[in-house]
Design a protein around this ligand. Sequence first.
Ligand code: KG4
Ligand code: ZN
Length: 351
Amino acid sequence: MKILAIESSCDESACAIVEDGRHVLANVVASQADLHASFGGVVPEIASREHIHAMMPVVDRCLKLAKLEFSDIDCIAVTAGPGLIGALLVGVSVAKALAFALNKNLYAIHHIAAHIAGNFLTHPDFEAPFLCLVVSGGHSHLIHCDESWHFKIIGRTRDDAAGEALDKIARALKLPYPGGPKIEAEAQSGKLGQLRFPKVKIEHPYDYSFSGVKSAALNYLQKIEAEAKRRNCSAEAIISRSDFCADYQEAIFSQLTEKAMAACRDLSVERFAIAGGVAANQTLRNRLANACELEGIRFFAPERKYCTDNAAMVGSICYYEILAGAKPATWDLNAKSTWDAEQYLKNAPVI
Ligand code: KG4
Ligand code: ZN
């Protein structure tokens, strides 16, 4: 079954054609990151307008790369939420128009479920049961999937998502959006142990919180600036940006790792996966891979291109949902800026 999938939940206009859930025939992503870079974050209005320009050329290019015609496509999948409403609406409208004109079924896909499927595309032997840490600009969820493919969210962030916390401090450091990769690059030459970040105190064993670490980082930056002024020197002379980024990244990644490993132990999982944009970070991948090795757990991570937003993951999850009996969307399908992930995953179990 060949699924043409569309994704536009944030700042990537993406289309992919995926065969039988795991074979990517073409995958095209037009990133708008350069347009948003100087604003320090995604500007929703600019994102929606750019999706309108980019989406159809991206779909055409995808078909061309796959050497396919519209008539070869069996159905259409689209990210219907959660995300930026104006951005989502472009993808949903294009997908509805295509499905209607081609007389094909249309499937509405949840963005977090799609991220998990990045692992299906990379690892032919990735199967349930597993625990998945989905870490992106909008979400930080620990999701358990049992042997019958029933999903349960066992932990989530109480405030900022991990990617959001990275992007906000990158912005304060005057690094362009998206901040996660810029902080990763800076941290590579940084020395750990110059700064101390507060330990998170949440009763819930698997919930995350990044706002305390983010506020501590902002306070450090203010203090460093004040000290630099007092000493009439640059902030870099007090602490290098690389050292700052290394410690900040570590504060976020240590929390992600510790809680994820505690959940793995408590639930006796044998497979642990990561997904979402922040999962592209090599330091985090290495940290989690090492932690899993110590626990005797198999570690899975999507190829980096299937971590950040793309449509191949949407086409993949759609296939498994169809196998599990998911119903096509009706023509009144609307984009949803918020969409409860647990409810969605419960209603659309994957085989
Ligand atoms: O999944 P994604 O592309 O979009 C959302 O669903 O939010 O994730 C984007 C997030 C941004 O916060 C970005 O800074 C972060 O993923 N990100 C990274 C890296 N690449 C992207 N964070 C850390 N290291 C990276 N290499
Ligand atoms: Zn995403």
